[in-house]
Design a protein around this ligand. Structure first.
Ligand code: NAI
Ligand SMILES: N[C@@H](CC=O)C(=O)O
Length: 349
């Protein structure tokens, strides 16, 4: 039975939920998945950092008070986020990176991934910045160092859309997709349909752990733009940069607009889309679209996301599931670890 040593970089909603899952399910994973996880390091800008090569108690970490420097209160803890030390010197095999997404340059998360990969440690991340902005370089770095770089949670949280499309649609060509790819904005639009104001709806999404640290990224479409780049580059073999994607969010939609749509049997949805053109190039956009209620994406409500792939052999395939949420996204990290464990087993055969 394999035991992976894990370091958690960024200890907010997602990695805390992963610690909780480890506390509850590690024993079960030994028999069901063939591995267990031992947390040997944690680092967070707000909470500080802590290393213990013998293993930290996952339940205690999950219940850590969310107060500044909380990790310094534990034996061996430090009030500073010693990110580089935790990544390189905690003895971890796997780095679970879940710090803020920076949609402009992907930093400092990209450096965290790079440090880990250069030190021959696997990386699992839910952070969209490094993949959308530096994905090709990080994948090459992982390959050179014979380690995994996995990021299923970067699009549609725990819903297995990247791996599902890559593996199970292999053999057919994906020529485009359109989808609802941001939980917060879809939650906000759904709440506004019940009459709640925009600001109050955003506050609810923040309280539920759906929103980005700066929710502007959610409502202005910047988060979806990163996800469109990730999906298009991964599944359509596009070479898109973030600046190639036209982007408009939902912040200008009013309760009147939403009520007007309802009276016309329609709904506003924030749609991210990409299409392969006749010359082989891929065009992409993020914009609010008025969908007739009969449209397959119109009924997707709350923080649920959905994406419809347009394939050459089997037509349209739609995948739907949670688009945000702490435990849902922590599950994506687990699925990444399962994937790298399976790949390691295959390599041994
Ligand atoms: N919450 C969700 O539903 C989903 C989140 N994601 C992504 O996962 C990542 C984590 O999300 P959450 O846990 O919800 O965010 P969060 O805001 O709850 O936690 C992020 C943590 O990272 C820490 N941090 C920020 N910069 C740091 C630095 N330089 N060094 C060390 N720690 C740092 C913060 O102090 C914070 O505790 C984000 O990139 C987010 O975009 C992806 C899919 C869904
Ligand atoms: N803030 C994002 C979280 C997942 O990427 C969202 O609401 O979809």
């Amino acid at each position: 039975m394999t035991e992976y040593k894990l370091a958690l970089v960024g200890f907010g909603g997602v990695n805390r939920a992963l610690a909780q899952l480890i506390a509850e399910r590690n024993e079960r994973w030994k028999t069901e998945l063939g591995f267990s996880l031992k947390i040997v390091g944690v680092t967070d800008l707000f909470l500080g950092s802590l290393i213990n090569r013998q293993g930290l108690d996952a339940a205690s970490l999950a219940g850590l008070p969310a107060v500044k420097g909380a990790l310094a209160q534990l034996p061996g803890g430090n009030a500073l986020a010693l990110n580089e030390v935790v990544i390189k010197d905690s003895g971890a095999d796997i780095i679970a990176e879940a710090t803020f997404t920076n949609p402009v340059d992907g930093e400092p998360a990209t450096s965290f991934c790079r440090w880990a990969l250069e030190s021959a440690k696997h990386v699992v991340t839910t952070n969209k910045g490094p993949i959308a902005l530096h994905g090709a370089q990080l994948k090459a770095l992982a390959q050179r160092n014979h380690v995994a770089f996995e990021y299923e949670g970067s699009v549609m949280s725990g819903t297995p859309v990247i791996r599902l499309a890559r593996q199970l649609l292999a053999g057919s060509t994906i020529n485009g997709f359109e989808g609802i790819l941001n939980g917060t904005s879809n939650f906000v639009l759904t709440r506004m349909e019940s009459g709640l104001g925009f600001t109050e709806a955003v506050e609810q999404a923040q309280a539920l752990g759906y929103a980005e640290a700066d929710p502007t990224a959610d409502v202005e479409g910047h988060d979806v733009r990163l996800k469109v780049v990730i999906l298009a580059n991964e599944l359509l073999d596009a070479k898109l940069n973030v600046s190639d994607v036209r982007c408009r969010g939902i912040s200008t939609l009013t309760l009147d607009d939403i009520d007007q749509a309802r009276q016309n049997n329609a709904r506003w949805k924030l749609i991210g889309a990409a299409t392969r053109q006749a010359d082989g190039s891929v065009s992409a956009s993020v914009e609010p679209r008025l969908l007739d209620n009969a449209h397959p994406l119109a009924s997707i409500g709350g923080a649920t996301n959905a994406v419809s792939f347009n394939t050459d052999l089997i037509g349209t395939v739609t995948v739907s599931g949670p688009g945000a949420g702490r435990t849902e996204t922590a599950f994506a990290l687990l699925s990444d670890i399962i994937s790298l464990h399976q790949a390691a087993a295959q390599n041994r055969e």
